[in-house]
Design a binder for this molecule. Structure first.
Ligand code: SAH
Length: 268
């Protein structure tokens, strides 16, 4: 146990700009790691920090673990604490690192994500979704709520839609601020994303992203107004769907609209 209280010395100086809030409750760390499916073998931990989750990940059977950490001081600490992991520690920025060759085959992702870039981390995960089977992650509670919220809900938004196109999201449990050092101003929650068994047919992922972002950018407006600039065919712009607002559309509706857009974009 690295931190036993707020007055203890720390091995890695917490850096605000890296969103560092170290979990100091070993039981919660174990509980988070237990949320990965037993079948997960290739595992990537994002932002291991002082290694509180890493320790439990290394205790799993049949686990091929790699970790990616941006902070040099944390990397040095991890190398000293877990000498066997040395060759599996990537000192890099998850948001810009090329991880295409990191594992032979698909992998799972886990992490207590830095709150300041947690949405960007999720977008990057979505970019790599064809390789990532499941995700267990700690987010700021509000972000977690947005990710898991269903259509029609007040906080249903861009991430809720884009995540559900590929994954089934579940909110697992909340975590109080006082189990971190330093104590964050926000509550946290752990969520799990599990790859959808039945895949939606998305030919142009970028176009889908543009569509969803444009719709939610003006979420109070009907789609007829919010999506004016996108080249939809007339039969769609005059349909009942276009009299609704972004938050009233299901994933199927977005897939239908994206397909219509693919057709018109393809003709140009
Ligand atoms: N998992 C640890 C640390 C959580 S704090 C724990 O639970 O205690 C978030 C961690 O993410 C920090 O270690 C921070 O240095 C790291 N981090 C921040 N931005 C990152 C990035 N872009 N790429 C990789 N790691 C990052």
């Amino acid at each position: 146990m690295i931190f036993s209280g707020l007055n203890t010395t720390y091995v890695v100086k917490p850096k605000k700009h890296l969103g560092q809030h170290f979990l100091r409750d070993g039981n919660i760390a174990r509980k988070i790691v237990e949320q990965l499916p037993l079948s997960a073998v290739n595992i990537l931990e994002i932002g291991p920090g002082t290694g509180v989750l890493t320790r439990h990940l290394l205790n799993r059977e049949k686990t091929n673990l790699k970790v990616i950490e941006i902070d040099r001081e944390a990397v040095c600490h991890l190398q000293e604490t877990f000498p066997g992991l040395s060759n599996h520690i990537i000192h890099d920025d998850f948001l810009s690192s090329d991880l295409s060759g990191i594992f032979n085959g698909n992998f799972s992702v886990i992490g207590n994500f830095p709150y300041n870039i947690s949405s960007q981390i999720l977008f990057r995960i979505l970019q790599m979704q064809s390789r990532i089977d499941d995700v267990v992650g700690m987010f700021q509670k509000e972000v977690a709520d947005r990710i898991v919220s269903p259509p029609g809900s007040r906080v249903y938004g861009i991430l809720s839609v884009l995540v559900r196109v590929h994954y089934k999201p579940e909110k697992l449990f909340e975590v109080a601020p006082d189990v971190f050092y330093p104590v964050p101003k926000v509550k946290s929650a752990v969520i799990r994303l599990t790859k959808n068994q039945t895949k939606y047919n998305v030919r142009d992922e970028k176009l889908l992203h543009t569509l969803v972002k444009t719709a939610f950018n003006q979420r109070r407006k009907t789609l007829k107004n919010a999506l004016k600039k996108l080249p939809f065919p007339d039969d769609i712009t005059n349909s009942e769907l276009f009299s609704r607002r972004a938050e009233e559309l299901s994933i199927d509706d977005y897939i239908t609209l994206a397909a219509a857009l693919e057709n018109t974009s393809g003709k140009k």
